[in-house]
Design a binder for this molecule. Structure first.
Ligand SMILES: Cc1cc2nc3c(=O)[nH]c(=O)nc-3n(C[C@H](O)[C@H](O)[C@H](O)COP(=O)(O)OP(=O)(O)OC[C@H]3O[C@@H](n4cnc5c(N)ncnc54)[C@H](O)[C@@H]3O)c2cc1C
Length: 393
């Protein structure tokens, strides 16, 4: 189902590029991007090198989201998919098992399994009773384009006032043409009312970028924004007759807020689960895949929650990590850890440090509320949905 609304996100990470290569998909005009720069709140810059891995590409890819989505859409149609340009307004049940969707205009489609790929505020997830919004890690991001020559992607940790870190980060990425994609992502836990701050502060952030010499003063075009649901927390990604993929499942990386690669990979995994195990056992098969795929989310959902609560600690830590000398030791591991690439990185001192950090953080958070949620709600056994609601808001 494709209402064809504007989607956000123009940087496809190394795992996404690898998957596209495996599927033989080439995106016209895509621009490869390797190293990345993090700008600490004191404007110290750290270069995070792109490091090779066994099952991800050695680069990311910048592509306009409209171009990217249209390319995947056309390929799906060429491969036999049938497009229906309607909104899903409800789920249909046979006893307690979902067996179809109700569409705007009154028509219905029945099927063995419904795959909910309807984004962070997924109504399929809500109606199937698979999301507990009060437990989710919510964020909101805004982005736009401007004319600027940018050589490397920059992640900018910004303090609107000294030592008052913006709870999230801003970015300047080169686009596939000769421009820049600029944006601001805000994390705020379960208080979704806090989202307005991203919009209120985007112009101040752009002025900050101009003062730093990162972009010229220029009009931002095509501003658009959207919700981020991160770290899986609060969403059980499968129920009876339903599989949730991508943002609907909360698969956005809780540290850097990206989710395109996970959306593609989980879509493939859901299809494979249906083909391999059949509709009845697809949920269990899919949850077994996710159990492994979301280890990073499991360890870092509590880290994310801690960062939102303690912005001063993030300010101090990023200043320490960016001290010249320390930055050269930690930069490789920082890039691997932050981008969830450590497990599959080729052997190096960077990987060893990133894996040691993974073990230390996993041990430190094992008694957290988030760890308890994963232990009780997220298991490869047949999932139990939260109280199912049968009407969409
Ligand atoms: C400003 C911003 C910048 C971002 N930048 C990046 C980035 O650079 N790199 C990155 O990896 N990630 C980025 N992300 C995250 C990324 O956009 C998402 O992780 C990704 O789009 C998830 O894909 P998805 O298919 O799961 O969901 P979406 O892309 O949200 O697609 C969901 C689709 O479902 C449709 N839909 C919704 N409700 C219904 C309904 N009831 N019936 C039928 N269809 C419905 C929507 O119209 C939409 O087409 C960004 C997010 C934002 C908000």
């Amino acid at each position: 189902m494709f209402p064809r609304e504007k989607a956000c996100g123009d940087l496809v990470g190394p795992r996404g590029v690898h998957l596209l290569n495996e599927l033989g998909v080439s995106i016209p005009g895509a621009r490869p991007l390797g190293d990345m720069i993090v700008v600490a709140p004191n404007n110290q810059r750290v270069l995070l090198p792109a490091l090779p891995g066994s099952n991800y590409a050695d680069h990311a890819m910048a592509v306009t989201r409209e171009v990217f989505d249209a390319c995947l859409f056309d390929m799906a149609i060429a491969a036999g998919a049938h497009a229906v340009h309607k909104r899903v307004t409800g789920l249909l049940y046979e006893q307690d098992v979902v067996d179809g969707v109700q569409l705007s205009g009154g028509a219905a489609i029945r099927g063995d399994v419904v795959v909910g790929a309807d984004g962070a505020t997924s109504s399929v997830a809500q109606q199937a009773g698979l999301v507990d919004s009060a437990k989710a890690l919510w964020g909101f991001a805004l982005r736009g384009y401007l004319d600027a020559e940018v050589d490397l992607p920059h992640i900018v940790l910004w303090e609107p006032r000294p030592w008052r870190l913006f709870p999230g980060y801003g970015w300047v990425f080169p686009t596939s043409g000769n421009g820049a994609n600029v944006g601001l992502g805000l994390a705020f836990g379960n208080d979704r009312g806090a989202s307005r701050r991203a919009g209120e502060q985007l112009d101040d952030f752009l002025a900050h970028l101009t003062r730093q010499g990162l972009v010229p003063r220029s009009d931002v075009r095509s501003r658009t924004g959207g919700w981020l649901k991160m770290g899986v927390l609060g969403t059980v990604p499968a129920g009876r007759g339903v599989l949730l993929v991508g943002d609907a499942a909360g698969l956005i990386n809780p540290l850097q807020g990206e989710g395109i690669a996970q959306a593609m990979a989980s879509g493939c995994a859901a299809a494979n689960a249906i083909l391999a195990a059949g509709p009845r056992d697809a949920s269990r098969h899919y949850l077994t895949y996710l159990d492994n795929a979301v280890r990073h989310h499991r360890a870092n959902a509590p880290v994310h929650a801690g960062m939102v609560k303690h912005p001063l600690a993030v300010s101090v830590t990023s200043r320490v990590l960016s001290v010249p000398g320390i930055d050269r030791v930690v930069a490789g591991a920082w890039g691997l850890y932050w981008n969830d690439l450590a497990t599959d990185a080729l052997p190096s001192r960077h990987r060893r440090l990133a894996m040691a950090s993974t073990r230390a953080i996993s041990a430190a958070v094992r008694r957290s509320a988030a760890a308890n949620w994963f232990a009780t709600q997220f298991t490869p056994a047949e999932p139990t949905p939260f109280a199912a609601q049968r009407s969409l808001s």
